[in-house]
Design a protein around this ligand. Structure first.
Ligand SMILES: O=P(O)(O)OC[C@H]1O[C@](O)(CO)[C@@H](O)[C@@H]1O
Length: 623
């Protein structure tokens, strides 16, 4: 195959391109959101924030007759192969040092759209520059946003932060080296050295390490990694059972920025119980990664855990892969973390370019805005054609959706922004949901992740004359891209030469910045997550109600004879008649786990249930 670098360059050509046939959403824009240059000029003069454009799009879109859109769907994207090739070459972005390419030719944005977006990009670039200089880019939480400093500490706004980053990196590298070399040993392992890592954390404190482990861990890493990333007892038991006697040589890394996330705390308590039962001393094998003085930090300090590493206030969970959160687990698996940082730093540099077509993150943000009308009207399907990148879409799901999915914009207007991300891997998905993508509801755009190198050099072979297994994978990607495009489904392709620490660092940095730029384009705070609190609060209320239900049942169950209660009676005695449905669910859950007994009825007929506890706890009555 001809080398891609031989034929491509990131041409800065500004020559007018042949006018493309318009896809449905370009018709929408031309007729609705960006109707005419004069109107746009008015907007930029008034500095109308982009979210109002998004609202305008959404309001105006609702006025368009659906039938008209359906009638115009086919044949709207450019289909002439020579024009497409010209568009491909014109827009192809290449990062030579990283061996990374970004092809946006199969997204149908027009030159007019790019021109119209220019003022917004100017503002977005300025916002990113301010953010990197240490502005309070997360106003609700009054926090700086500094994940870019992690890979280039010189950018940190003061020398204290710079030293903090450098010192943490050095100390975690030293620690990892000592663990891998056996200098730091588990106290009672026959192996004499740590062989396993058990990482306990959730969300941003798990997804990056999971993605990187899957992408980069060698076949025989110095320490193998496992994850507890939920409060599912069976899942936790499974991880501990899989470790078996190797628990004695397991380094447990508990990761939580806040240090108070319930799922992570539960994971820790479960693991500590397993250690006690195995006669092991947890503190000698425990490491905490958390903010200074968090509950977890204090626990680790008081209990004298093996090590503690800081999580900085100005690094968000979903952008923490290049902090101790991601770097320590990676280093313990023998992954070259300095290369990851170098890749991210190179990508950050490229993303500071203020010419949109020469800035890969800006190009992604442009495509997202175009494809989803700046309001998330289409989903982003991420399809890496490489098994080791399987978890990239899951990682991006949090990065993009927790960042972009916001009810209010920065001016307090209700905008209900978002960009849905899902995906798995190609070509596996060819045999799952590509059918719907090709022919079904047109509510998405695709991002293909292509890896040019199929196998390490010297390992390939032809499974039929002239064709390798990797050629099939390549063919599947190209075929799917063409088949989708021929049916007016837009796609972006990100190509890397190989999956290496450098390219993985670059991919993470690329998407982190694309999210930052896109958030600026649509005027939202990408760095907080107020919506998550509602679910957490409600979960807390359920557990509080459960305690009241238990107390009521306990009192009735301690009577002679035992007094089974109906759900109405439980609800009344809990002074929570309005919560009867939740009380039913609590009882059903407890009954399924043998913690409550049904005297009458079954869970299928809630009104018939009479319930009591198998054992009454007299102490609790007098507590
Ligand atoms: O690292 P922590 O504080 O345990 O938080 C875990 C995750 O929970 C969230 O706050 C959402 O609940 C994420 O943003 C974060 O990555």
């Amino acid at each position: 195959m001809a080398s891609i670098s031989g034929i491509c360059s990131s041409s800065p050509s500004l020559k007018p391109r042949t006018h493309l046939l318009k896809p449905v959403n370009s018709l929408r824009r031309d007729s609705v959101a960006f109707p005419a240059r004069s109107r746009l000029a008015d907007r930029s003069l008034c500095l109308t924030p982009p979210q109002s454009v998004a609202r305008e799009v959404s309001t105006e879109l609702s006025k368009i007759d659906d039938g008209v859109l359906k009638g115009t769907k086919k044949g709207l994207l450019e289909k002439d192969p020579r024009e497409l090739w010209r568009r491909y070459v014109d827009w192809l972005y290449q990062h030579k040092d990283l061996g990374l390419y970004l092809d946006v030719s199969r997204v149908g944005f027009t030159d007019e759209f790019v021109t119209e977006m220019e003022p917004r990009f100017v503002a977005a670039f300025r916002a990113m520059e301010e953010l990197e200089k240490g502005a309070i880019a997360n106003p609700d939480e009054s926090r700086m946003v500094g994940h870019y400093w992690l890979r280039n500490p010189k950018l940190a706004p003061n020398s204290f932060l710079r030293l903090q980053i450098e010192k943490t990196l050095d100390s975690l590298c030293d620690f990892a080296d000592d663990v891998v070399s056996g200098k730091i040993k588990p106290p009672s392992s026959p192996e004499g050295r740590f062989t396993q890592v058990l990482s306990v954390g959730i969300g941003g404190s798990a997804l990056g390490p999971q993605f990187v482990a899957e992408a980069l861990a060698p076949d025989n890493p110095p320490l193998k990694i496992r994850f507890i990333d939920n409060t599912d007892p069976a899942g936790i038991d499974h991880q501990i059972a899989q470790l078996g006697p190797e628990l004695a040589s397991t380094l447990v890394i508990v990761i939580s920025k806040s240090g108070g996330t319930p799922e992570t705390r539960n994971g820790l308590l479960e693991v500590q119980k397993a250690f006690r039962e195995a006669g092991l001393e947890f503190a000698k094998q425990g490491v905490a990664i958390t903010q200074e003085n968090s509950l977890l930090d204090k626990t680790a300090r008081i209990e004298r855990w093996l090590a503690r590493f800081p999580m900085f206030d100005w690094v968000g969970g979903r952008t923490s892969e290049m902090s101790a959160v991601g770097l320590l687990p990676a280093a313990l698996q023998g992954i070259d973390i300095r290369e990851m940082l170098a890749g991210a730093s190179l990508m950050d540099e490229a993303n500071r370019n203020t010419v949109v077509r020469n800035n890969p993150a800006a190009l992604l943000a442009l495509c997202w805005y175009w494809a989803s009308d700046g309001i998330g009207s289409k989903d982003m399907v991420v399809l890496p054609y490489k098994d080791s990148l399987l978890l990239f879409s899951r990682y991006l799901q949090q990065l993009v959706m927790e960042s972009i999915g916001k009810e209010f914009d920065l001016d307090g207007n209700r905008v209900n922004q978002g960009l849905t991300v899902y995906g798995n891997k190609g070509s596996t998905d060819q045999h799952a949901y590509i059918q719907q993508l090709r022919e079904g509801v047109h509510n998405f755009f695709v991002t293909f992740i292509e890896v040019l190198r199929d196998r390490p050099p010297g390992h390939d072979w032809e499974l039929e004359p002239g064709v390798t297994c990797g050629d099939y994978l390549f063919g599947m990607l190209q075929g799917t891209r063409s088949a989708l495009y021929s049916n007016d489904r837009e796609s972006i392709t990100v190509t890397v030469q190989e999956v290496t620490p450098r390219t993985v660092g670059a991919l993470i940095a690329l998407y982190e910045r694309a999210v930052g730029i896109y958030a600026a384009l649509v005027n939202i705070n990408a760095y907080h997550q107020p919506g998550v609190e509602a679910g957490k609060k409600a979960a807390g209320e359920v557990l509080a109600l459960q305690k009241r239900v238990l107390a009521v049942l306990n009192e009735a169950s301690c009577k002679e004879p035992v007094e089974p209660l109906s759900l109405d009676e439980v609800a009344d005695r809990c002074h929570a008649p309005e919560d009867i449905e939740m009380i039913y669910k609590i009882v059903a859950h407890m009954a399924a786990n043998d913690r409550a007994l049904l005297a009458e009825g079954s869970c299928g007929s809630p009104r018939s249930i009479k319930v009591f506890l198998g054992e009454c706890n007299v102490d609790e009555l007098f507590a």
